[in-house]
Design a protein around this ligand. Structure first.
Ligand SMILES: [Zn+2]
Length: 215
């Protein structure tokens, strides 16, 4: 029971992140929010998703590389494929977090619960920033379904030999897509470079703190 409450709170936090993006209408503010989300994204992959994949699994780095290469190739065939693949990776990661909560059970400390919940807000922002080519409202509807995977994950036990390669592959995909999005923003907004860099760095720091608490 305890676990499911945490899982639902995490889902709400992720939805809240997406909602902030939906409600921000100003283009400039939206861009900074995106940079903040992308910075968060780097931090989350490097301090949350990839370490989970690499725990007692020595091929994680190799599979992460394969993830980067595959999406590099796939991305040439469709403008938005990379974004969808990256969000699928985040979705699978949600599912695994639900499963992790069940494993931790009653051992989980209040500080860890706080980190678990808080890091979902940027994950909502990053998912919103990475999905492109559909209307904002449709996007929000898609993103409203993804957090449901967290409570669902608490019921199903994904074996580690499936979980870890998929998480490692997703890390590669997400890293590639974030870097590409960031490069596009920078080349379109050269005059705003210091602010773009500032927002991304701030996102990375804010994202890294709760994730490092989870390690
Ligand atoms: Zn996470």
């Amino acid at each position: 029971m305890h676990t499911i409450i945490i899982a639902v709170t995490m889902a709400i936090a992720e939805l809240f992140g997406a909602l902030i993006c939906l409600k921000t209408k100003d283009d400039l503010k939206k861009m900074f929010l995106t940079c903040l989300g992308l910075g968060f994204g780097y931090a989350i992959v490097l301090t949350d998703i990839l370490p989970d994949a690499a725990e007692h699994y020595r091929y994680a780095a190799l599979i992460c590389m394969i993830g980067i290469l595959s999406i590099y190739v796939l991305d040439k065939y469709g403008k938005h494929i990379g974004g969808y693949a990256a969000v699928s990776g985040i979705a699978f990661h949600d599912f695994c977090e639900g499963a992790v909560l069940t494993v931790l059970g009653s051992m989980v400390s209040p500080l860890v619960i706080l980190a678990f919940v808080l890091h979902k807000i940027p994950e909502g922002i990053i998912s919103f920033s990475l999905l492109k080519g559909i209307r904002d409202r449709t996007k929000f509807c898609v993103l409203a379904l993804i957090p449901l995977l967290i409570p669902l994950g608490t019921f199903i036990d994904a074996p580690e030999y499936i979980e870890q390669p998929v998480l490692a592959f997703s890390s590669g995909v997400i890293l590639f897509v974030i870097s590409k999005s960031l490069m596009t923003i920078i080349s379109d907004n050269k005059h705003l470079m210091p602010k773009v860099a500032g927002a991304t760095a701030m996102g990375a720091i804010l994202g890294a703190v709760p994730c490092l608490m989870l390690m």
